[in-house]
Write a protein of this length. Structure first.
Length: 288
């Protein structure tokens, strides 16, 4: 298992973390470092959860991953695990931020999940190899979960859940906070319902987060009908790879930038792709 140390001030260090209070001096990473600079959304919640909460977490993880958005969570049992699993099931990317060393699996029952995340996503922690999963580390790591993301979704949280700490940190960092409404007579939903009362945006449909991110969708069939052969070739590549720069599209297609740039411009005008921070990504059909 290769562990890469990314230090503050290095190009690989994520810009979003530089905007938060007390950014980590270094990150110990295993997996795809590009995800540190990709579009990310945190999907979090309590370790104790209901079937409803776990199903919603998995659906949100699937939907975001299918849109090319990296799903960030803490790899805890319950909601976190389901968010990661949903992203992986969709063939997407997911980031696990740990409260222990990058070589320590906590909880132990997530050993296979951790291996899948290393292969298909990224493991991140500010703690060096061998660091045990002690209680203090977890509230501390929550600032990294929210700090890496442009939005945080609280799926299901008890009144004193650590997920509420992450949501509070996200709000302090100027990031958007969503909360899934739940039954008012259930202790499992006290925290997320309280967040809505205090101003968090209710997530009443899985598509809400996609609309917020500017990812209202188009279908592959529509793209095949309305795009030229070259445009559809680029569409398929973006649909498979997620967000890409012009140079990455050129490398994948073998086309020159002078050839690719007009294609991307036309595709964006036709409403099939979006661009942000120099990267292009496909609008997708909203998940059900």
């Amino acid at each position: 298992m290769e562990i890469i140390i990314v230090r503050k001030g290095e190009p690989a260090y994520p810009d979003r973390l530089l905007e938060i209070k007390n950014p980590p001096k270094q990150l110990y990473c295993c997996g795809n470092l590009k995800l540190l600079h990709s579009r990310c959304v945190a999907v979090i919640g309590s370790r104790t959860s209901t079937v409803y909460g776990r199903n919603i977490a998995k659906a949100i993880g699937r939907c975001l991953a299918a849109a090319g958005v990296a799903v960030v969570s803490g790899m805890a049992i319950g909601i976190d695990t389901c968010a990661h699993e949903g992203a992986l099931e969709a063939g997407g990317r997911t980031v696990a931020v740990l409260g222990c060393g990058p070589d320590v699996c906590y909880p132990a029952e997530n050993k296979l999940l951790m291996a899948d995340i290393r292969r298909q996503g990224l493991i991140v922690t500010e703690y060096p190899p061998g660091t045990a999963a002690i209680r203090y580390n977890f509230p501390n790591r929550n600032r990294i979960i929210s700090g890496l993301c442009e939005a945080t979704v609280v799926v299901q949280a008890r009144n004193r859940s650590g997920a509420l700490i992450t949501a509070e940190l996200a709000a302090e960092q100027g990031r958007d906070v969503f909360a899934v409404p739940g039954n008012i007579d259930s202790q499992y939903n006290l925290g997320n319902n309280k967040l809505i009362k205090e101003g968090a945006t209710p997530l009443v449909c899985v598509d809400d987060i996609l609309e917020h991110l500017g990812l209202s969708g188009v279908s592959e069939e529509d793209a095949r009908d309305r795009l030229s052969d070259r445009e559809f070739q680029v569409f398929e590549i973006l649909n498979q790879e997620g967000e890409m720069t012009v140079d990455e599209v050129c490398l994948k297609t073998g086309f020159s930038p002078a050839y690719v740039n007009p294609i991307l411009s036309v595709m964006e005008m036709k409403g099939f792709i979006n661009s942000e921070m120099g990267k292009f990504f496909v609008k997708i059909t909203p998940c059900k």
